[in-house]
Write a protein of this length. Structure first.
Length: 163
């Protein structure tokens, strides 16, 4: 995967040009360590009563295409643990076209195909907010590195207001 966002650009700067309303979609297994980063971020946003739309799709996101479409969001941001070959907790921001079709997926449908289906069904712009996992071990909690990344992302997203 190649990031379409320069390293020094933060999440708020990435979100600023996107068209609201935003829908953040958490993807991952809540019982497999850092694979829970997507659902964990969604849970934090919901606990903060964020003004952005949120949806936790778990490990079978393809079952949520119609609920995603029902939000009528202009920008859909998929949040998932993604092996980018970086340090644990590193965050990558990608346009849907930059999500590689190959590679290992812990989900039933490759993320690239899911992004394409969501884009086709909704007409929305689709992005990926990937979080580098440390470990995806069954029964383990988030690693400290990913926990820190999720907390930071939740704060930025909650405080982001489109100009």
């Amino acid at each position: 995967m190649k990031s379409s966002v320069p390293q020094k650009q933060g999440l708020a700067e990435f979100l600023r040009p996107l068209k609201p309303p935003f829908l953040f979609v958490g993807i991952g297994n809540e019982f497999k360590g850092d694979d829970a980063s997507g659902p964990s971020l969604i849970a934090r946003l919901e606990a903060q009563h964020t003004h952005h739309y949120t949806l936790n799709c778990g490990v079978i996101p393809e079952n949520y295409v119609q609920p995603i479409a029902a939000f009528h969001a202009a920008s859909i941001i998929l949040v998932d643990a993604v092996d980018m070959g970086e340090q644990p907790g590193t965050v990558g921001l990608f346009h849907s076209e930059d999500i590689e079709a190959t590679g290992v997926s812990t989900h039933g449908m490759p993320l690239s195909l899911f992004a394409d289906v969501v884009k086709t069904e909704t007409g929305a712009a689709v992005y990926l907010l990937g979080i580098q996992p440390k470990a995806v071990t069954l029964g383990e909690p988030l690693s400290p590195e990913v926990e820190k990344a999720v907390s930071g992302l939740a704060a930025v997203i909650h405080n982001f207001h489109h100009a």
